[in-house]
Design a protein. Sequence first.
Length: 288
Amino acid sequence: MGRAVAVVFGARGTLGGALVPALAGAGWQIAAAPARAECDITNADAVRALVAQARPTTVFNLAAFNDVDRSEREPELAHATNAAGAAIVAAVAAAAGAAVMHYSTDFVFDGARAQPYDERDPPSPIGRYARSKAAGDARVAESNPRHFIVRVGCLYGRGGRNFPSMIIPRLRAGQAVRADRERMASPTWIRDVAAVSIALAATEHHGLYHCTAQGETTWADFACLAAALLGVPVDRVEAVPSGALPLPEIRPRRPILDNRALRAIGLDTLPAWQDALRAFVAEETAAG
């Protein structure tokens, strides 16, 4: 078997910052990792040209329109990337004889029930962003039989610009953090998702997978543990109700995922969210 070759769309995002070096470290050849300006996944001709030149064995699609609030105002933008663009990438990969690894979200579920959602549960999206991602999952599955659809949620890591990624630098800088004490989540370190992605891509176990840290917490409790691990005053975290935050009510309250499919093939290596946060804080502290 020849060397594994990757094309990574969306490589400049939070997860891409961990996945690209992890792939290289695992011996993959990174044939292309274009920025959106270099290859927009909504442009089928551009995607075909890049994939034809790169000749990948697997195409990783991390590109997404992730602005939840803007998706409500401009749903066509969300659909163009998250559904139509995802289908283009999957179909082009299939035509080139490559597998596709597509990243989705826990937001495809409404979060209204007490039990975690596994891969057998039908999506129940409540916002336009979530609907665009659910549509993308379906279209990827239809477009490429050799698909890995990986649903993640609440990703954080070095260089991330989302809320959980920014908690550590803000606390270290002496800033206060206002965090939701009601919405539940399974915060997941990007390094852990990258490791599972690489292991999964080495198999022929194509299908739908949930990939989040074990357990659940509120964002307030997540931030409090981060403060304690950093050795900064926990009272820098202000735990507030969801309604006190400037966010529209279009986010699921408890979209907790069960990694049933990964467990079935022995690849559910994701740790408890507390252990992942400890590892992240230790790495950030060592980096200075």
